[in-house]
Design a protein around this ligand. Structure first.
Ligand code: ZN
Length: 78
């Protein structure tokens, strides 16, 4: 039954930037941004990361900026 198909992965995800105001979204801080990219260097979608739209936008921007200044790779070379 469709109704029974509840979401797995138990705990509710909450945007960590909303939850913790001390976490800066800064392109100069690749260690934080890295947590939101895949091992291939792609940006993790908000559905997965649990970020709210507002912070996901800022995060995407920060990651793009970080790439521009070569703090982060566009793709990881294997
Ligand atoms: Zn948020």
């Amino acid at each position: 039954m469709l109704r029974d198909r509840k979401r797995r992965y138990g705990r509710k995800k909450v945007c960590i930037f909303c939850a913790d105001k001390n976490v800066p979204i800064d392109y100069k801080n690749p260690s934080i941004l890295k947590g939101f990219t895949t091992d291939r260097g792609k940006i993790v979608p908000c559905r997965i990361s649990g970020n709210c739209a507002k912070h996901q936008r800022q995060l995407t921007l920060a990651i793009k900026r970080a790439r521009m200044v070569a703090l982060m790779p566009f793709t990881v070379i294997h």
